[in-house]
Design a binder for this molecule. Structure first.
Ligand code: SR1
Ligand code: MG
Length: 391
């Protein structure tokens, strides 16, 4: 029958036809779409003993509508990424029950008992001790396993060929790594940021560094990435008394620079810190960059001995990790800036009664991370930059 956009009323029959649901009379479906790009539905039975999530890619960006067409092929990239993630970090992603490439639809575990990390943080919660280490380990496991350190050369070439995701990469190249530094209709900002937005567009040194990061994003095929690892792509909670962290939405996945995943997570952590500072609710926010980096580095180093050889030796590991660290800082800077003056602003800042002082600090931090990333050699150096920020 071919691709069709599924509406709420279509979901019971769809799930039954696909073998995901037995009783057509005991199902309630509601749409819970929240992200910028796709549609999500939750199906549950009356007793609450069974539930599923269904995510479908539309042929456009959901929040923009048909005026911003986007191939639903991105769901193929997401399904492929989940397959890889299930091999290396099955406990840190939702269970995937099936993928239907004809309808670009994924049927997955219902995570609605958990909360989106950004939502919780915006409500004043702390990160807790598990979230950032889990993210760091997940990035290390996925990136090691899909790098030239964890695969044969031939398998890596096949992975590269299978993982191209051109339209989604172009979105990132545009909205994260270009538009905030030029005049563009996607850009907008609070009038209290006029001077900084203008200064960033006129800053040729900043633009050259962003060009370097953009080119790294385009050419550095280090490992398979999640591709959009912000605080809205993480759910957290407690199940049976144990902390749960789940990373979802890897539709931007492609083989790129590892620092892009870490950088996006760090950007969102640093912005959450600015919100907490503004509200006087600062708790463990300032530890999150360090915790995720330490977990990433420890896991990557632990995996390394299985592949060490004449050229990929311990000296090269140190050099490689240093490069990942530096690039992560730069990508964090670009993500902070786009989330304040470019496309898809962060509610961390937009929901503040006066978003201007925190937004100004965030913009200055983003610029520092991009311009001085090679001088900031450890998490303490980043802390010093944050502590010295002015509005
Ligand atoms: C058109 S998509 C805009 C943003 O939403 C996604 O979550 C990505 O972060 C993308 O940059
Ligand atoms: Mg998303």
């Amino acid at each position: 029958m071919g691709y069709r956009i599924l509406e709420t009323d279509d979901i019971p029959a769809y799930l039954r036809e696909r073998g995901h649901w037995d009783d057509p009379d005991d199902i309630t479906v509601r749409e819970v779409s929240d992200g910028n790009v796709n549609r999500v539905f939750l199906a549950s039975n009356a007793s609450g003993t069974r539930s599923l999530a269904l995510k479908q890619a539309l042929p456009w960006v959901r929040v923009a509508g048909p005026s911003w067409p986007l191939s639903p092929d991105r769901a193929d990239a997401e399904a492929r990424a989940y397959e890889r993630l299930a091999e290396v970090a099955p406990d840190a992603i939702p269970a995937v029950h099936g993928y239907d490439p004809e309808h670009y639809a994924l049927v997955m575990e219902d995570l609605s008992d958990l909360e989106v990390l950004r939502t919780l943080l915006n409500e004043g919660a702390a990160y807790g001790p598990h979230t950032s280490p889990t993210i760091g380990r997940l990035v290390a496991r996925l990136s090691f396993a899909t790098s030239d350190f964890g695969m044969t050369s031939a398998d890596r070439k096949a992975l590269l060929a299978a993982s191209v995701n051109p339209e989604l990469c172009e979105i990132t190249e545009d909205v994260v790594l270009s538009e905030p530094y030029i005049e563009h209709e996607h850009n907008h900002w609070h009038p209290g940021l006029d001077d900084l937005a203008a200064a960033f567009r006129a800053d040729t040194a900043l633009r050259t560094e962003v060009a370097d990061l953009r080119h790294t994003f385009m050419t550095s095929a280090q490992a398979l990435l999640h591709g959009d690892l912000h605080s809205g792509s993480v759910m957290v909670g407690v199940r049976e008394g144990a902390p749960v962290v789940r990373v979802f939405d890897p539709e931007f996945s492609f083989v790129g620079p590892i620092g892009f995943d870490l950088g996006l997570y760090w950007a969102n952590a640093l912005v959450s810190e600015e919100r907490a500072r503004a509200l006087g609710t600062l708790s463990d926010h300032a530890d999150q960059l360090r915790l995720s980096w330490e977990a990433f580095e420890a896991e990557f180093r632990a995996l390394w001995p299985s592949r060490v050889d004449t050229f990929f030796d311990d000296a090269y590991l140190d050099r490689f990790l240093h490069r990942v660290w530096t690039e992560s800082l730069g990508f964090a800077g670009t993500e902070i800036i786009r989330r304040v003056i470019g496309f898809a602003h962060l509610t961390d800042l937009t929901t503040l009664a006066d978003p201007v002082p925190a937004s100004r600090r965030a913009l200055r931090l983003g610029r520092e991370l991009i311009l001085h990333r090679t001088r900031l050699t450890d998490p303490a150096a980043v802390r010093a930059v944050v502590d010295a920020l002015t509005p």
